[in-house]
Design a protein. Structure first.
Length: 240
């Protein structure tokens, strides 16, 4: 039901509905379309568009198909994050997503060196990505300092792979803008292709898992999809 292609077609408001539906499984089944729209902070028209992009004729068909989907996936929800990870891997098991990774690998191969960029948890992923690509024979380094200066020399013939869960972090957006100003291509890896980072980038890969934060604002969103994407790209470099 929630395929990668369907989720990727959602705009920002429709993604709000998707995140609410995923996080409130027990409630949504008993909500009217107006109640869902009000709870998600959108209009009923947005909810209907959301349903149609999931190949449902309307809200009634969505609730029927959603109930079946829940019945098939409920046993996997007992362990934290297993359900969302399983759902993610099911959604990308398509020729379309493989082709997306192939195109990204071609961009990487055409670049002389790779600069991974991220802050916070994404900074740790940037360091991992740089080491993994280097192991695969592609010279790479990483930047996890939000105030690191970007120069024309470092950006020449390089590709910046910019990692961000939200795609809205100001420091990350500044990095992406500076790389673009120095004529360096930007490949972003974000949770949603409607983010500002995705729109700034020359190429984007999204993983469409709702962001999870603890009280106090600490981001604990799983990074498993990011690791999978980076390792899949690295392996493609060897094959090509």
């Amino acid at each position: 039901m929630f395929t990668h292609a369907a989720i990727a077609s959602l705009n920002n408001l429709e993604m709000t509905v998707y995140h609410f539906v995923i996080k409130n499984r027990d409630k949504v089944m008993y909500m009217t379309i107006r109640e869902l729209a009000e709870a998600a902070g959108v209009s009923t028209t947005t909810v209907l568009r959301f349903c149609r992009k999931l190949n449902c004729d309307g809200y009634s068909e969505f609730r029927i198909r959603y109930k079946l989907w829940l019945e098939q996936n409920t046993p996997q929800q007992d362990i934290f994050a297993v359900g969302e990870i399983t759902r993610y891997f099911n959604s990308i098991n398509t020729a379309e997503f493989d082709a997306l990774l192939d195109r990204a690998a071609e961009i990487i191969l055409a670049s002389e060196r790779i600069i991974f960029v991220g802050v916070g948890t994404s900074g740790a992923m940037a360091k991992y990505g740089a080491r993994y690509f280097s192991n695969m024979g592609k010279f790479s380094n990483h930047i996890d300092d939000p105030y690191f200066p970007i120069t024309s020399d470092m950006a020449r013939n390089a590709l910046a792979i910019v990692l961000s869960v939200s795609g809205e972090t100001e420091e990350i957006l500044r990095f992406a803008s500076q790389f673009s100003l120095h004529h360096c291509k930007v490949l972003s890896v974000t949770s949603h292709d409607g983010s500002r980072l995705a729109k700034l980038a020359d190429f984007n890969i999204s993983w469409h898992i709702p962001q999870t934060r603890l009280d106090g604002g600490y981001d604990i969103t799983t990074q498993i999809p990011v690791i999978y994407i980076l390792e899949s790209l690295g392996r493609r470099l060897v094959r090509k």
